[in-house]
Structure formats: C-alpha cells, structure tokens
Design a protein around this ligand. Sequence first.
Ligand code: IVH
Length: 715
Amino acid sequence: MYTPERERDLIELTRRILKDLDQIRRSDLKKAQEYAPLLREVIRYHDYKYYIQASPVISDYEYDQIFRTLRDLESKYPQIVTPDSPTQRVASEITGSFPEVSHYTPMLSLDNAYTEEELRDFDRRVREATGLETVEYSVEPKYDGAGIALVYRDDIFVRGATRGDGETGEDITNNLRTIKTIPLRADFSKFGIRLIEIRGEVLISREEFRRMNEERMEEGLTPFANPRNAAAGSLRLQNPAEVAKRRLEAVVYQVSYVEPEDMYPETHYEAVRMLHSLGFKTPFKDMKLCRGIDEVIAYCKEWEEKRDTYPYEIDGMVVKVNVRKYYDTLGFTSHHPRWAIAFKFKARQATTKLVSVVFQVGRVGTVTPVGKLEPVQIGGVTVSSVSLFNEDFIKEKDIRIGDLVLVERAGDVIPYVVEVIKEARDGDETPIEFPENCPSCGSKLVKLPGEVAWRCINIACPDQVVLRLRHWGSREAMDIRGLGEATAKALYSKGFVKDVGDLYYLKVTDLVKLPGFAEKAALNLYNAIQESKNRGLDRVIYGLGIRYVGLTTAKKLAQEIDSIWDLKDMPIEKIVRIEGIGDIVARSIKEFFSREENLKVIEKLEKAGVKLTRTKLEKEGPLKGKVFVFTGTLRCCSRERAGQIVEILGGTFANTVTSKTTYLVVGEDPGRTKLTRAKQLGVKTISEEEFLDMIRDYVNLEDLRRSERREGSLF
Ligand code: IVH
C-alpha cells in the first residue's frame, strides 16, 4: 500500500503540518484549497497505520490536532469538502429510515459442510464439473458478523448496503462511512477498474464486544447475545454519530462485480491481494491456497483448533475455487454458488430445559433473574445457569419455566437465551413471577421511571454491601488479593466492615477472627489492603461502584480531574462535556456525591491515606513527566501554543498550579494568584527564556515567532 519512501515522505509531511498547524488553521480560501488535500492524505495514511497495521506513528493527540484542523477548515469553507474526506466519517445528521438499493449481483449465502465427508463431496462435484484432476482452493475464515456490499465508483466509496433479502438491501452508506477500516477512496483505477462491488462483513472484536456489553449491563440494558448481533444492531442505528462510537470494523473478502468486466482479477487470491494492497482489511494474511481437498481439510482443522485465539468471532472457514474462469462453468443454485462452500465449526448453541428462576441482587441494587438449566454441554463447557437480565427480556421472548430454550455460548461470552422453542410446549409451562420484595433484605422493590430493572434502594442491603466490598477488591478496581465474596461476607456479618472505608482500619487482630483465617492469611489480607492505597484515581472512581460508571468511564473522569473531590463539585454541564459521558451517567455521578453516606466513605478513605488524587499518564518525549503552567504574556507565542508544544514533547500542560506542577513559566504581567500559589507550594518558577532553552532543540523558534507575528497576535 505504501512504499517505505512514501511512508518517509508522509511522515515528513506530517511533521511539517504539525509545525504549521496554527498557520494552516487561519488559511484563507485559496490556502485552504491547497492544504486540505495534504491534510486528507496524511490522515488517511495515519488511519492506515492505526487501524489496519495497528502500529501508529504519531500520538493520538497529534492525530486529533490534524484532524480538527481539517474539520475546521472544511466547516469554514464548505465548498472544499469532498465526499471522500476523512471528516465525512463522523456524520452527525440523523438519517430517516434506510432507502432500498439493488445489489449489482445477488448476495447469496453459502452452502454448508459440517464434516470432512461433505467437503470431499463438494470437491468431487467441482472436479466433475470442471474436469480438473486437482483443484486449487483458496481457504479463509468465515467471519460471523453482518454482511455488507460496498460500491466504489471512480475510486470513491459511493454506496454501502446490508444484505437485505439478497437482491435488495438497505442503503447504510452514512453509517458505513463512520467505520475507519472502510477507505473512503481506494485506487481501483490503478487496476483499470471504474466500478466495483465488493462483499464483506462488519465485525466487532471480542474485546470490544465484551467492553460494550459490560457498559450495557452497567446501564441496566440487555447485553447483545454475540458480536454478530452487536454489529448488525449497530449498523442499523439511525444516528451515524452513535454508530461511530461503537468500534466497528469491516473486513472485505469477495469481489462481486467489476466494470469494465475484463478487469476482473483472474483468481480469488489476486482479488483479495488487490483489496489488501488498497488498504482494506481483508483475510489476506489468514488465507491459504490449497492444492486438493486434503490440504483444505487440514487447514480447516487447524483453524478450528485456534478459533478462540482469533480476535474476531468466526464460525467456520470458507473454501473457494481459486481460478475465476471456473465460476461460470460451476454456476449457482438459487441459494448459493457452486464454486464455494462453508466448512462450519462445531455449534455453540444447544437446547435445554429451563428448570427454575432465582433472583439476585446486584451491587447497585438491580434485581436480576437467573435461569437454572438442565445442565448441557456447549462447545466443551457445561452450562447450567443463564442470566435472563430483566423483566423486559423475559416478556419479549415470552420465557416460561419448563420451556425448552436455545442457549448460545459464543466464544468466552456468557451464555445467553437466544429463543424459546415454543413448538415444544405442552401447556405445563408457568410464567415467571417477579418478586415484590428484595430477596436479600426484604425491602420493597422499585422500578424507576424509564428503567427496565427492578431495584432495591436500601443502601444497607446486606447483599449489596458484600458485593460492593468485593467489587472494591476486584482486580480491575483496587486489586485486593484475598478479598473475595466469602471474605467480604464474613467481614460484614462479623460487623467489622460496613463500607469500603472500614477496610483500611482493620487490624490483623480483627482479621484472625474470620473463619478459616490463620495468622498468615490475616497478615496477607492486611498487607493487600494497605498496598491497595496507591492504585490511582481511576481505580478508586471505578471501585466506588457508582451506577453506570464502568472502567472506561472512570478512566475518562480521572483524566479530567485532579482529585476525587473535584468530581463532587463538578457541575452536570461540565461532566456531560466529557466525551462519551451522557446525561444518565452524569446524573448518576451527581446523585452519588449528593449522598452524605457516600461522602463519609470517601472521607474515611482519605483519612486512611488512600490516594484520591491523579497521577498524570506517563508519556514519551523530552519533557516526559514535567508539568508546566504558564502565567502572563509570552513573547514567543500564545499560551495555548506553548501548551501544545509541551504536550507534543511529552510533557503536561495545566492551567492551575498544584503540588504536581514542575515549572511555572512566568511571562510579562504575570497573574498574582499563580505566583503566590507557586511560592506557597515551593514550585519552581522559570522565565520564558529558560522555557525556550528547554525546547530549542525540538522547535524552530524563529518559525514559531514569525508565524505568530504574521497572524498579528502578540507584537
Ligand atoms: S463469500 C457468493 N467469504 O457468510 C459468496 N462469505 O453464510 C459470497 N461470510 O453471506 C460470500 N465470511 O455474509 C464469503 N470469507 C467469507 C465470509 C463470508 C463470512 C458470510 C457472508 C455470507 C455468509 C454465508
């Protein structure tokens, strides 16, 4: 896709652009017309490094700066926007329903083979029809996502559609534009191609899927059954901005139509190689050319073994005749091509009986129904219980006790009821009754307006307290070894601990009183608790178990504040301005901090010496680990510009002087507050000249001064 020389040029261009960003931002129309293509070119290159090769060559911060510059220029001069501009990915317009479009060639499905024998039968049919003795097959993973068809005309991505009924699909171009692994332009013209339709799959990686479901469950929403449903559901969202938030990826694996017709690559392998070279995500590296069916079978088996280590869910392998000219000879049935077949891996679904339903109270008081199943083997694991999530889930699927249910366990994902086999009912099935009282403390359950879950709102509910303790000690939170559910229960029932703050006041002499705790275990737990004091602000925020605040949100919050107390005082309008944090989460945070009992817990933690302040993320660069605050007017450039330079060089730019500040850089007419505060805290003050000395080797100061002067800023 990019030659080493080209890469060097693009990196050089990137550096020049970064250096001149301020100037570029202030371009007039003529200049904007010159800069925009350059900005697009470097953004495309960095997208490729980041999304396709997963080895970015600039920091996210620098990327954002370039991206924003292009976006700002385009919004200032809308006439320079092009449909393939990277900014067009983040559409914000809400689309109506999706229009229908006809595919260039019907999107058929594949015939399935479940056994080696069935693969051999397929090979026999191919050999008979083609007269070949040995057939060359191309074998690649079968992705379990949502099928799509992409059309490029004159190198521009012009249309993307769902499979629909195979003949007609829904036009979801705007949503697909938000997926960064779909290039908005690709040089098909280099291959003599004017128009091309390609087939592929929209996917969500297992990791992203897990993250998404965790978030959904935190929010009391029903999680997706599997990555495929998550991808398909996301694609059909009406708001492309929402789609952009889900980290969807697209892989393409088939050329289905080409104009002019004689420009079709001769083999499937070549077709995929072409797509790969044009910057698409493809199965190229996982694809194998096999001579004869024995090699095919061996390769399929190899992949079945390693399927769980693959970052995406795959449900089999697709075996395709490699040489295209045989496609015509072999032809199609009404359902599938005769030149390809899917070898399906062992199913991860099974049917079993729902024996009973129990109700559990969660950490934030949500009551969850859990179905007890007649134990069943799914993909080598015995499954005997399954979450039924909430009342709506049960109603929607009309699940009753005694029902035969289809259960899926996708990869390492939690088991899930996909559907009820209603045909198997004999009339003895009984509806699931939701309890009116909390199964732990007996208090009346409530359903808050707009929520699907029933909740116990008794803050002292024993099950909730125990779960909060366990959550605080969990690996992602404060990582306290030895504080599992049983220990948390014992600590609570002995009356030693009523909230997480109490943990830090426990003595070894208390801990030895726990059942099964000899002196060694007690000492270990004591030490583990003490060690957890320095886990960091994000882990504390997560550990507190604020409703809707998962690890990702906690991290985002921690980056915006210096101490947990800042969160208490942060107005709702400011919280929702943090990217990815919405109204519901913000209100939940406010609610948490408005409760006296929660503030008391935080005070207890603070008194005990638990670290409730932020340590800045370590970055790379010559100013790594240094925190700069500026006061007064600088002669070299604006304070914002100086801050940018600091950040690019790996340092941190802050607005207020705290004990974390390394230098207060003092310009002309400095503000009183910052100076006094620096003096109080013993923060070193330096002059602008001293600051410039630190960056002189990395920044061309002459250029800096000149560019600022030309804009008529400070002189
Ligand atoms: S080729 C005409 N290759 O599986 C044949 N399909 O069950 C075009 N799929 O509709 C399909 N991975 O959505 C092909 N590597 C792959 C695939 C793949 C997943 C999907 C595709 C297709 C379905 C058939």
